[in-house]
Design a protein. Structure first.
Length: 284
């Protein structure tokens, strides 16, 4: 299966899983998602009051409409492939939210457990779109654009922007709804950053006898490396040591390259780094 087809599958699954998390797990709790979906939920509530019809559910359709200006922005400033894949995710999400019935009662009796489940499933769902080189549209696109320009991570941008939505929830509804929705957003944002491997940097230190490996990484991955001469303390044999910073998503690729050209190479991978400087994030 080629990568292009995989990307489409990831984004279709992303839209389906996220739509399921909203309709089946979040909305039965009477809570609000963040981002454009949360805005669409608020607008849907307005239509329910105006039309006096509690069964109306335009959240998916409204989410799609609100996303259109952002897609126009992304089409002009970001890659066409990214916009297409994001659109696939949004269309799938719209269809799933429009046709999946909302249960009259939550699946989980405990509200906090329900929030935790909805946030974990929803965050994982959206992260699949990032894995497939797309996004969940709306604030995800804005977050990716800002993150690409080193102005924060997707999850952090998502959380800051959502504060406005929950302030509206507090004004229109009650304190409990706003707080529970905010807790959902916190867990969702944390989950999104943890599953979004392109947003996580790692350090890879390689000990090898093949001095050409660093050049192959330069050419095939377009990643830099710093190298020096090392010696084994027991064998006294010389070896080359080099360090490269990559995203967590690129770790399998660099391991494959190293072991292909030196099966006996020793690799140390260090996670949870904070990078300051010219590291290029490749989020889309």
């Amino acid at each position: 299966m080629n990568q292009k087809l995989k990307n489409y599958i990831y984004n279709i699954l992303s839209g389906l899983i996220f739509g399921l998390s909203i309709n089946l797990l979040l909305m039965p709790l009477g809570l609000y998602n963040g981002g454009f979906t949360g805005i669409a939920q608020l607008l849907n509530g307005v239509f329910v009051d105006l039309l006096k019809n509690p069964n109306i559910n335009l959240t998916g359709f409204l989410t799609f409409l609100i996303n259109l200006p952002v897609f126009i922005f992304a089409y002009k400033r970001m890659s066409k492939s990214f916009v297409t894949l994001s659109l696939v995710m949004i269309v799938t999400q719209t269809l799933s939210m429009s046709f999946i019935p909302i249960p009259s009662a939550p699946f989980v009796g405990d509200t906090f457990v329900g929030i935790l489940l909805a946030a974990l499933v929803g965050g994982y769902g959206v992260s699949l779109a990032f894995k497939g080189r797309g996004s969940g549209g709306g604030m995800d696109i804005i977050g990716l654009y800002m993150s690409q320009n080193k102005k924060g991570s997707v999850g952090k941008v998502y959380l800051v922007m959502n504060s406005m939505i929950y302030l509206v929830c507090f004004i229109l509804f009650d304190f409990e709804t706003a707080i529970y929705s905010l807790i959902y957003s916190l867990i969702f944002s944390f989950t999104l950053d943890k599953f979004h491997h392109s947003n996580i940097e790692v350090s890879v230190m390689v000990f090898t006898q093949n001095s050409e490996i660093k050049h192959i990484i330069n050419q095939e991955m377009v990643r830099g490396a710093t190298y020096w001469q090392g010696y084994g303390s027991f064998t006294k044999h010389p070896m080359e040591v080099f360090v490269s910073i990559v995203s967590q998503e690129e770790v399998p690729t660099i391991k494959k390259i190293v072991h292909k050209h030196d099966p006996k190479a020793f690799i140390i991978i260090t996670e949870n780094l904070k990078i300051v400087g010219g590291f290029e994030k490749r989020l889309i």
